[in-house]
Design a protein around this ligand. Structure first.
Ligand SMILES: C[S@@+](CC[C@H](N)C(=O)[O-])C[C@H]1O[C@@H](n2cnc3c(N)ncnc32)[C@H](O)[C@@H]1O
Length: 274
């Protein structure tokens, strides 16, 4: 039987439970690493993925960027430390938002960074209010990523750019439908995937012009095995946060996905016509 997709509120509670533990399991960037060098540290590899995505954008001084699914703010802090921009971040996890704002203050960036609780399915921003929209490894959680992308397109000013990092369906012999269903099932319903062609078609439907796309699957895939390794080592620390049953579910998910060839990863940009 197909696993039901959790609601945004359930996803948010899940992240609340993990909000403090994840630092030890994975670090401050709550996304995959880019392992072109397998001896890179976790922090180097995850920061490299942020940098690869930001390098695909034209980031002008004074730009206003919306970060959809901002985690505890590490990518936004990186972006605002390396560019003179303003960032507004949104996450469905209250605890992440609290931590992101504390971390922005500690980095001396509160004048340019702010984080707010909210559901990306219902973004509260006026049309044409951002130069850039950034969604790093968050859209796979959304009940309807095309709805979020169409709202993101509206929030962009003409000429503005959308940057996405997301899981990607790389269909194999079983065929796209079977592969997508298996990934969804093995991901406990929290991971929906589509192939690149479908992705690009939906970006166009939202009124955006796809620009660059980079299939980085082979560089991000080692992240699953590394996550399993670290999570296993933190068993005793994790159990008080999430309990034994949930611990085993998460660990087996990491292990299963490290061998899942249909589960890829893509970096994409698209522009709203000027
Ligand atoms: C894998 S984490 C990525 C976090 C961050 N982008 C990073 O790279 O560190 C996924 C993020 O998406 C957020 N998210 C998931 N569903 C959401 C929704 N419906 N609305 C807003 N944020 C959501 C989660 O709360 C979390 O912050």
């Amino acid at each position: 039987m197909t696993k039901p997709t959790p609601t945004p509120t359930e996803i948010g509670h899940g992240y609340d439970q993990f909000a403090d533990l994840l630092d030890d399991v994975w670090g401050l960037n709550l996304h995959h690493g880019y392992w072109d060098d397998l001896s890179s540290s976790l922090e180097e590899a995850t920061t490299k993925l942020t940098d690869r995505l930001s390098a695909m954008l034209t980031i002008r001084p004074g730009a206003r960027l919306l970060d959809i699914g901002c985690g505890i703010g590490e990518p936004a802090i990186r972006l605002a430390s390396t560019h003179d921009i303003e960032v507004v971040g949104v996450s469905i996890s209250e605890r992440q938002i609290q931590r992101a704002n504390e971390r922005a203050a500690a980095a001396g960036l509160s004048d340019r960074l702010s984080f707010q609780y909210g559901d990306a399915m219902d973004l509260p921003f006026p049309d044409e209010s951002f130069d850039l929209v950034w969604a790093m490894e968050s859209l796979h959680h959304m009940p309807d990523r095309w709805h979020v992308i169409s709202k993101a397109a509206k929030a962009l000013k003409p000429g503005g750019q959308l940057a996405i990092s997301d899981f990607l369906l790389v269909p194999g012999a079983a065929g796209a439908a079977a592969d997508a269903a298996r990934v969804h099932e093995n991901g406990g319903g929290v991971l929906t995937v589509v192939d690149l062609e479908e992705y690009l078609a939906h970006l166009r439907e939202a009124g955006l012009e796809p620009e660059a796309s980079e299939d980085v699957s082979k560089f991000t895939r080692p992240s699953w095995g590394k996550a399993a390794e670290r999570f296993r080592a933190l068993r005793e620390q994790a159990l008080p946060h999430i309990g034994e049953a949930q611990f085993e579910v998460v660990l087996s998910r990491f292990q299963t996905f490290s061998d899942e060839s249909a589960l890829g990863y893509v970096l994409l940009t698209a522009r709203k016509p000027a």
